[in-house]
Design a protein around this ligand. Structure first.
Ligand SMILES: [Zn+2]
Length: 343
């Protein structure tokens, strides 16, 4: 895979390819946007493009694919450097992922150490921090030091679906690139070859809400999670007092779904166009959906929808402190009740 395989993020890919071509990568990036939109995939392929040895430098490596190997701004995807980055064994590339929902200071120390050496292979020293907002306080303090004095020829890519949870001091030192959910037609062309059954494809497009990662990697799982979200949301809107979440991960997933629900409500409110909705596929076993989305989207006041959206961002921030589930449930329900009561 390479940057040319990233779907629907043309602006981001163009900026990254230009950085590769001109050897002018920023020392730190923040890739943010909904989970499953391709942020990590893009980060990995950006790092590959930066460190690719290219067939021109590596005689004997076959050129494959549409632009494979010929595009100086993209990875060839066949040289030893590309292969090792893909396999996670390149000496100049560190990948950090949360463990049990947290990134600890030890991981950031590893990153610091790795970046302090010059690149072994003449490319870039690179680090990708997945779900970077899960750094604990000590880790993000240590991390700040890496950002303040970036070693030459090094690139750090922070990947985050909740960038508002990163300290401002970290965010302000990164070049932020936003990943957007894909449109329904982009999703359709992406899934056309992969999912043959048109009914299933339609459901996946609706339920993954423009997030190709969800649709491709977790097909059935995405459908199930989406159904659970809609069930919880309907329960909340109908006045249920019992949180349906069992853990923090489920709360995060609920807030993901809620953001896209509000996005759809706002789109419908402003344009009246149902064809632009991302999450309006029927949910088997949940009566009243998507009618509820459509009626709320049409009847709520625009300012109230926007207020709710900001409210969800606030809730996400508060998740750092492990809030009480019942309180959070009732707070969120109170927020959403304004959609129906007109403010
Ligand atoms: Zn390569």
């Amino acid at each position: 895979m390479a940057l040319r395989d990233v779907i629907g993020q043309a602006g981001v890919v163009e900026a990254l390819k230009s950085a590769v071509l001109n050897r002018k990568a920023a020392s730190a990036y923040l890739f943010h946007g909904p989970s499953g939109a391709g942020k990590f995939f893009t980060a990995l392929n950006f790092v590959k493009a930066l460190n690719c040895r290219r067939p021109a430098d590596f005689p004997g490596v076959e050129e494959k694919g549409p632009a494979g190997g010929k595009d100086a701004a993209d990875a060839c995807d066949h040289c030893p450097a590309c292969a090792r980055i893909e396999a996670g064994s390149h000496p100049d590339v560190v990948i950090i992922r949360p463990e049990k929902g947290v990134i600890k200071i030890e991981e950031i120390r590893k990153l610091e150490e790795s970046l302090s050496f010059r690149p072994y292979e003449g490319g870039y020293k690179a680090a990708i921090v997945d779900e970077a907002h899960l750094m604990n306080v000590r880790a993000s303090n240590a991390f700040l030091k890496c950002l303040e004095e970036p070693p030459p020829e090094s690139v750090i890519v922070l990947v985050s679906s909740s960038p508002e949870r990163l300290p401002e001091t970290v965010r302000s030192r990164c070049l932020a690139l936003r990943f957007k959910p894909l449109s329904a037609s982009q999703m359709e062309s992406l899934l056309e070859d992969r999912v043959k059954d048109p009914e299933k494809r339609r459901a996946l497009i609706g339920l993954s809400m423009g997030r190709p990662g969800l649709a491709i990697e977790s097909g059935e799982d995405a459908l199930r999670k989406r159904r659970e979200f809609i069930k919880s949301l309907m329960g909340m809107l109908e006045g249920s007092r019992n949180p349906s979440w069992s853990d923090k991960e489920e709360i995060e997933e609920f807030m993901d779904g809620l953001e896209l629900f509000l996005r759809d409500a706002l789109v419908l409110n402003s344009t009246g166009r149902e064809d632009l909705l991302l999450g309006a596929a029927p949910a088997p076993g949940v009566p009243g959906w998507p009618e509820k989305l459509k009626s709320l989207g049409r009847s709520a006041k625009k300012e109230v929808i926007i207020d709710c959206y900001h409210g969800v961002a606030g809730i996400r921030k508060s998740l750092v402190y492990n809030p009480n589930k019942s309180i959070l449930w009732n707070y969120t329900a109170g927020l959403l009740s304004r959609l129906e009561n007109g403010g």
